[in-house]
Design a protein around this ligand. Structure first.
Ligand SMILES: Nc1nc2c(ncn2[C@@H]2O[C@H](COP(=O)(O)OP(=O)(O)O)[C@@H](O)[C@H]2O)c(=O)[nH]1
Ligand SMILES: [Mg+2]
Length: 191
């Protein structure tokens, strides 16, 4: 995996489309960078203890075939109103420019918590844009067996049968193959 482009504003040019893109989005600290590293077997996506840094869209090129696109994390309380607006603009700009090249959006949700308001907003946004998405329940290793089945049922009830829900852990690697298979099925190639 290679970071080929970071978009900060309208002035930045998007990279050539290649064979589609797989998008990763979620609240800050949900485990997005860790997942990108896990999927690609690299350490290129920075895992930061300090959320709320400058919002950008990062394009990672995979096997010269397609992109993993890392959208800025949302829901971090300590960012200014100005940063929040910028965050929305940059994601909007990304979706508007590239919706046609998006294979699927992976929406990461912390598996320990019920759906948050801003996750719901993101879901409505994805639905409005008619983008296919799948839910990844992260940090599932932190749950006891009984809590885990409870949260999985909760999300299945919430989304119904139309959405793929993948319980995942960077620690146990549960769910990693399922995510990679989905990427492969949708036209990407496994690493
Ligand atoms: N236990 C556990 N911790 C995780 C998992 N994924 C990420 N983390 C931790 O959660 C924190 C935030 O991860 P990061 O990937 O930087 O989140 P991001 O802000 O969404 O990119 C880090 O301390 C990670 O080590 C997971 O599946 N299980
Ligand atoms: Mg990150």
């Amino acid at each position: 995996m290679e970071l080929v482009k970071t978009i900060y504003s309208k002035k930045d040019k998007f990279p050539v489309p290649l064979n589609g893109e797989f998008v990763f989005v979620g609240r800050s600290n949900v485990g997005k960078s860790t997942l990108l590293n896990t999927l690609t077997g690299t350490n290129i996506a920075k895992i930061s203890k300090k959320p709320g840094k400058t919002a950008s869209v990062n394009f990672y090129k995979i096997n010269n075939l397609f992109y993993f696109v890392d959208l800025p994390g949302y829901g971090f309380a300590k960012v200014s109103e100005k940063e929040r607006i910028r965050w929305k603009q940059i994601i909007e700009m990304y979706f508007e420019s590239r919706f046609w090249n998006i294979k699927i959006v992976f929406l990461l949700i912390d598996g320990r918590h019920e759906l948050q308001k801003n996750d719901e907003q993101m879901i409505n946004w994805l639905k409005d844009l008619d983008l296919q998405f799948s839910i990844i329940l992260t940090k599932i290793d932190k749950l006891k067996m009984s809590e885990k089945s409870k949260m999985i049922s909760y999300y299945k009830r919430l989304f119904g049968e139309n959405y793929i829900i993948i319980p995942y852990s960077a620690i146990t690697k549960e769910g990693v193959n399922e995510i990679l298979n989905l990427v492969e099925v949708l036209g990407g190639a496994k690493n």
